[in-house]
Design a protein around this ligand. Structure first.
Ligand code: GRF
Length: 187
């Protein structure tokens, strides 16, 4: 099997990046993580790129030409899939168009419910019975592209923001790899 080259965009802890790297070490997993892009110089997740000797790029999104710098790198590494894994910036219309290939994102709610930030707080406030995560394609609107996979669990009385985050993240790690397998199953 010829694996596709993927790039993971992060801003924070990188637990999803770590999980994707682990899966990608399996021969039958459809992608290799060939590049990591990060917009925070102190992001913990960079540690995983270093640990596994994956090339990484730290970007300053305040720079006017930062998108072109990223696009050039993506081309150089022949990237055909971008995984947004806790990347806290909106992907511009121009970037989507110029990259022209698949971009997917992980979101900590059952979309279309609870788009945007502070999902766990809002889930609890609205007394939802269930919550979970969604892996979806990225389009020009926030948390809005077509869903690929969702995973859910029932909320218990004891759940608080911290517990919901923990439970949701462990589902995210499974959902992300399953979504990638699903995307490449018939290609
Ligand atoms: C995840 O919970 C994801 O849903 C959200 O940001 C978080 C990133 O976590 N978009 P990590 O950096 O992968 O640990």
């Amino acid at each position: 099997m010829v694996k596709k080259n993927a790039c993971v965009f992060i801003s924070g802890n990188g637990s999803n990046l770590r999980s994707l790297i682990n899966h990608s070490r399996n021969q039958t997993f459809p992608i290799n993580i060939s590049l990591v892009v990060c917009n925070k110089i102190n992001a913990k997740g960079i540690f995983y790129a270093k640990k596994y000797s994956i090339p990484y790029l730290i970007i300053n999104t305040k720079k006017r030409n930062f998108e072109n710098i990223v696009l050039q790198k993506l081309k150089r590494y022949k990237i055909s899939l971008i995984c947004l894994a806790g990347y806290m910036k909106i992907i511009s219309k121009n970037f989507l168009k110029s990259f022209g290939k698949k971009i997917i994102n992980v979101h900590p709610s059952l979309l279309p419910k609870f788009k945007g930030l502070n999902t766990f707080e809002r889930v609890l406030k609205d007394k939802e019975k269930k919550t979970g995560c969604t892996i979806h394609y990225v389009n020009e609107k926030l948390d809005n592209g077509k869903n690929i996979i969702q995973k859910s669990f029932f909320i218990s009385k004891e759940d608080n923001v911290k517990f919901l985050k923990k439970k949701t993240q462990s589902l995210e790690h499974k959902a992300f790899s399953e979504a990638i397998i699903k995307i490449y199953r018939y290609t």
